[in-house]
Ligand binder design. Structure first.
Ligand code: F0G
Length: 346
C-alpha cells in the first residue's frame, strides 16, 4: 500500500487526486543492536533505501506528481543531486508525463544518473553546482509553465511527513532524538511537520528533538552563512544554499534540537560502521547522522539511554564508486583449492 492509500486522511488530497503509487513507504525500522551498545543508546535506522527508487524521495514525489496531474501538469522539472531526479523520472514514467532534470555535471553518483536516464527523463547536466542548477530549473519552469517537483513544491513535504508517521506507528511514540542528514533541508522540515501533526491528532504525546547533520564542506545551517562553493564526498547533500532553510531552522529551534557538521572522513567511517556492525549499506549522505552520533559520543554530548531514530535516506548501491574506494579489491587466487584454503586460514 502506497503513501496516498495508507495515509490519505492526513494528506491534502481530493476525490480528483489520482491514486498513483509505486508502493513507496512502509520501509523497515531496524533496531541496530550492536551500534546501540557501542553508543550506549537505543538506535533505530529507518531504511529509506528500500523505497522503489532507493531513497526517501519517493514519499514526496508520489504526492507532488499526483497533485500536479490533478492540476493538469504538462511536464515536470527538477534540479537534483541525483535522488530527486531518479524519483521524479520514475513517477513521471509511471504516469506517462514528460520529465526534465537539471543536474550538476560530474557530481551525481552513477547509480542515480543511470536510473534517471533509464526511466526516460531528459537529463541536462549543467557545468555548475546544484544551487545553480536549481536556480536555472526554477527559471525554466517559470518560462515553460512546467511543474517544479523539488522540495519547494509543498506536496513533496506533505508526502515526506509519512516517514514520521511510520516511525511513531512502529515505536508507539516519537523517539527522543530524530537524527537526519540535511541538504536542501526539506526532509527535516517534513519530519518535524509530521511529528507535530501526529501530536495534534493525539497519536503521540511528546515531540522529538530534531538533530540535523550536514557535511562540513557544505554546512550553511551549522555555520549560519551560505556556502558558495559546497564540497563533500556525500554528493547528495553537496548544497550551499538550502531552499527550506527557514523551516529547518524553525524545526531545530522549536524542538530544542541542533545542527552539527561532520567531515567526509567521519561520514565514510560511519558508512563502514553501519555496514559492518549493522548489516545495512547506506549511501554516504545517509551516514552523516551516524557520524554525528559517534562524534557527539566522543565529545560527551550524547545522553545515555535515549531512543534515537536516524533516517538512512538512500541505498548504498547508488554510489558504488565511493564504496569501492573505501573497501579495496577482493583477494584473487588461481583456480585451485590449495590457494583458497590458504587464504581462509590466514
Ligand atoms: N540524503 C539523501 C540520500 C539525499 O538524496 C538528500 C537530498 C538528502 C539526504 C538531504 O535531504 O535535501 O531534504 O535536506 N537530495 C536532493 C536530491 C537534494 O536532489 O536528490 P534534504
Amino acid at each position: 500500500m502506497g503513501i496516498i492509500q495508507k495515509y490519505g486522511e492526513l494528506l491534502p488530497i481530493t476525490k480528483k487526486t489520482p491514486r498513483i503509487t509505486l508502493e513507496e513507504g512502509s520501509t523497515p525500522l531496524v533496531y541496530l543492536d550492536c551500534i546501540s551498545k557501542l553508543l550506549d543508546i537505543e538506535l533505530w535506522g529507518k531504511l529509506e533505501g528500500s523505497n522503489p527508487t532507493g531513497s526517501f524521495k519517493d514519499r514526496g514525489m508520489v504526492m507532488a506528481v499526483a497533485k500536479a496531474i490533478e492540476e493538469g501538469a504538462k511536464a515536470f522539472i527538477c534540479a537534483s543531486t541525483g535522488n530527486t531526479s531518479a524519483s521524479a523520472a520514475a513517477y513521471a514514467a509511471a504516469a506517462q508525463v514528460p520529465c526534465y532534470v537539471v543536474l550538476p555535471a560530474g557530481k551525481v553518483a552513477l547509480g542515480k544518473l543511470s536510473q534517471t536516464l533509464m526511466y526516460g527523463a531528459t537529463v541536462i547536466a549543467v557545468k555548475g553546482n546544484f544551487d545553480r542548477a536549481f536556480e536555472m530549473s526554477r527559471e525554466a519552469a517559470e518560462k515553460t509553465g512546467y511543474t517544479v517537483v523539488n522540495s519547494v513544491n509543498p506536496y513533496r513535504l506533505w508526502g515526506q511527513r509519512s516517514g514520521a508517521w511510520e516511525v511513531c506507528d512502529v515505536l508507539g511514540k516519537a523517539p527522543d532524538w530524530h537524527a537526519i542528514p540535511v541538504g536542501n533541508a526539506g526532509n527535516i522540515s517534513a519530519y518535524w511537520a509530521g511529528y507535530k501533526q501526529y501530536k495534534e491528532i493525539g497519536k503521540i504525546v511528546e515531540l522529538p528533538q530534531m538533530m540535523g547533520f550536514q557535511a562540513a564542506g557544505a554546512s550553511p545551517l551549522v555555520t549560519g552563512e551560505l556556502c558558495p562553493n559546497p564540497e563533500t564526498i556525500a554528493t547528495a547533500i553537496r548544497i550551499g544554499s538550502p531552499v527550506n532553510a527557514k523551516f529547518a531552522k524553525e524545526a531545530v529551534a522549536q524542538s530544542n534540537g541542533q545542527f552539527n557538521a561532520v567531515t567526509d572522513e567521519e561520514i565514510l567511517s560511519a558508512q563502514k560502521l553501519l555496514a559492518s556492525k549493522g548489516g545495512i549499506f547506506a549511501e554516504p549522505a545517509s551516514c552523516a547522522p551516524l557520524a554525528g552520533l559517534v562524534k557527539l559520543k566522543k565529545e560527551g554530548r550524547l545522553p545515555k539511554g535515549i531512543t534515537v531514530v536516524m533516517v538512512l535516506t538512500g541505498n548504498g548501491l547508488k554510489d558504488l564508486a565511493t564504496a569501492m574506494s573505501q573497501v579495496g579489491e577482493p583477494i584473487t587466487i588461481e583456480d585451485n583449492m590449495k590457494d583458497l584454503l590458504e587464504v581462509m586460514s590466514s
